[in-house]
Design a protein around this ligand. Structure first.
Ligand code: M6R
Length: 636
């Protein structure tokens, strides 16, 4: 969470920094700021504002100051409330050093106390401010940036990425990375730095992903030297790019930067006539599922290459373990049924934030799949690092090919959902389910459990479910918008029930409703109702019930619905066509055409998301950027 953006080069920095922040606002939006070194006065100038980025953009219009070195930030608060005082950039006492930061300085309290004792005056509650004051303390001792940075980074504990500019070095910018993402784009006589390359996509095709525990000193002016005097970095660049930067490890060793081709585009980010990104993304699911299926159909043996596993290894898997957070964890829980029922591989699912603190058992032939839309979620990323250290196989399933998780896991799988902008995950979820359903079949094929034709049928089943996903929204859209959203927006709480594969789906549905409408929604396994939660059933607490296509599970769900009705509960059922008993018990029914039994949740996905969307809209909520949230959660 939080994004840092910086520019150093021949042009003025503000336009790029503000545009970069706009692209990365998904990472946090409770306050924002911009600082630059004014070329006229050689002094730092800064604008900050509370609230969404548009407030900063408006303020910046009033402030004409700009400079060749500039840094910016959008914040998702960890230390200190979302006030203007806590907004980044932060400064030292003399206001001569300015810092933007993503991550957490874990020992900020001790550092702050020591700095205060030495006379430093703090003006914010943030952990970031200790970076500026610490730099203020070490710079005069060393006089040069490199040794000062070596001392500084060795004082800081935690996971962080920060960018700093200093009046005493008005043509240099420092970028530092420890575990949090940070990358540098190389343009012609200009360098861009950001938490995500999306910030500079379209401006350059050359990127350096800053290695872990490293810092970079970037300089404004290009070096004009002959070929024989060029550094390896300069030689690796074409005539349209120049880079004047030095990369160092935390111990101060000069490192050779690894320049990579940037494969990220900044397109497809308009709402295309939809009122919200979430609505646009709900409607993109059918196409995203189809592109994902097509991609895997054409992948052939490259699948093994991408996963860094041989066919034999995949065939001989003794267990699969999946980790993720939020919606990605729900997708994993749904997929557990795919791997166990189709591929016959025992599978367990773990919340990334819990997994790291549990005892680790190193079983033979286990595959660890880390699921993450962004590929940047700190909890999940830390699990990948931990499992890599145990020398077990990790595969990242993400939507962002340039993400840290893709680079750090042994192998990767991609969802082809396109950029997901709304904080509430929609098309990432449905494409994760798609990839995992396909992979379960592919493993089953390699194990000789199914034929090639059965794999093709599975691919067709996915396309059918995608069709149903969209058609059901269209069937009910009018009724939901005209009456149902109004009705269900009046309740303060709701219960979501499912059983077997529809239970994790109920959890996802409850998450969707609560994160965008702020209505308290609790998902339960339907069979657990009688063990306690049934005490909550009353006429003021609607019960959403998600059916199953498995005849036995369906019968049990009907019994659970009866228990609710017997207590005057109000049932909103997502039932499959022909499920008469359930339909007759429900107060409100959404009828879903039949699909492959394990794809029931996928078929219901669009309607479930649209209903939450419509309720949140009715309540006037900030749908694309719900309060307190951020799209990418890069702190643990
Ligand atoms: O990028 P990730 O998939 O790793 O993100 C995990 C969760 O933070 C995310 O799914 C979150 O729960 C969404 N806001 C849910 O809509």
């Amino acid at each position: 969470m939080c994004s840092v953006v910086g520019y150093v080069g021949k042009n003025q920095s503000k336009a790029f920094v503000l545009e970069g922040l706009t692209r990365l606002e998904y990472r946090g939006y409770d306050s924002a700021g911009f600082a630059c070194i004014s070329p006229e006065s050689n002094r730092l100038a800064c604008v900050k504002s509370q609230g969404q980025l548009q407030n900063l953009l408006a303020k910046c219009k009033q402030m004409p100051v700009d400079g060749h070195l500039g840094i910016g930030h959008t914040r998702w608060s960890t230390h200190g409330a979302a006030t203007e005082a806590n907004a980044h950039p932060h400064f030292d006492c003399q206001k001569s050093i300015s810092v933007v930061h993503n991550g957490i300085i874990e020992n900020h309290h001790e550092l702050r106390e020591a700095l205060k004792k030495a006379g430093h005056i703090f003006v914010s509650d943030t952990d970031t401010e200790v970076i500026a004051h610490s730099l203020e303390a070490v710079l005069p001792i060393h006089k040069r940036i490199k040794p000062a940075m070596v001392e500084l980074v060795n004082k800081l504990e935690g996971a962080y990425a920060f960018v700093a500019i200093m009046q005493s070095f008005p043509d240099q910018m420092i970028a530092v990375r420890k575990r949090s993402p940070l990358c540098i784009g190389i343009g012609r006589d200009e360098l861009f730095v950001a938490s995500d390359p999306l910030a500079f996509a379209g401006r350059t095709k050359k990127v350096i992903y800053v290695p872990d525990e490293a810092f970079v000193i970037m300089k404004a002016a290009p070096r004009h030297v002959s070929d024989s005097q060029k550094s390896p970095l300069e030689l690796a660049l074409s005539s349209s790019e120049t880079a004047n930067l030095e990369l160092y490890s935390f111990s101060g060793t000069l490192l050779k930067p690894d320049i990579q081709e940037l494969d990220v585009d900044w397109t497809d980010t308009e709402k295309r006539g939809h009122e919200h990104f979430m609505l646009k993304e709900i409607y993109e699911q059918k196409g995203a599922i189809a592109s994902t299926v097509k991609y895997y159909q054409q992948l052939g043996n490259n699948l093994y290459k991408q996963m860094e596993l041989s066919k034999e290894q995949l065939k001989d898997l003794k267990s699969i373990k999946m980790v993720g957070c939020g919606t990605s964890w729900h997708a994993a829980r749904i997929a557990q049924f795919f791997f166990e029922e189709i591929a016959k591989v025992p599978t367990s699912i773990h919340l990334a934030s819990e997994f790291r603190y549990m005892p680790f058992f190193n079983y033979e032939n286990s595959l660890y799949i880390a699921i993450s839309q962004s590929g940047e979620t700190a909890d999940t990323l830390e699990v990948v690092r931990m499992i890599n250290d145990k020398e077990c196989t990790t595969v990242a399933l993400t939507n962002v090919p340039s993400s840290t998780m893709v680079r750090e896991a042994n192998g990767f799988l991609l969802t082809h959902a396109g950029p997901e902008i709304a904080v509430a995950s929609t098309k990432a979820f449905s494409t994760q389910v798609t990839v995992l359903f396909w992979l379960a079949h592919r493993i089953a094929l390699d194990k000789g459990l199914i034929t090639m034709r059965q794999l093709q049928v599975a691919e067709e089943d996915l396309l059918i479910a995608a069709e149903v996903l969209e058609n059901t929204i269209d069937t009910y859209r009018k009724e939901i918008s005209a009456t149902l959203a109004k009705k269900y927006a009046q309740f303060n709480r709701a219960i979501f029930l499912g059983r077997h594969i529809s239970y994790p789906f109920a959890l996802e549905a409850a998450l969707k409703l609560k994160e965008i409408s702020y209505i308290f929604a609790q998902g339960y396994p339907a069979g657990e109702l009688k063990h306690g939660p049934i005490a909550l059933v009353d006429s003021l607490t609607p019960v959403f019930l998600f059916s199953s296509l498995d005849p036995m599970i369906y019968q049990k769900l009907v019994a659970n619905a009866q228990e609710v009705k017997a207590r005057k509960g109000h049932i909103i059922a997502f039932a499959f066509e022909g499920q008469k008993e359930l339909i007759s018990l429900a107060d409100c029914v959404f009828m879903i055409p039949k699909v492959h039994p394990l794809l029931g949740p996928l078929a219901m996905t669009g309607l479930m998301q649209f209903l939450s969307y419509a309720i949140a809209k009715e309540l006037g909520c900030a749908i694309d950027k719900p309060r307190n949230l951020a799209k990418s959660v890069t702190v643990e």
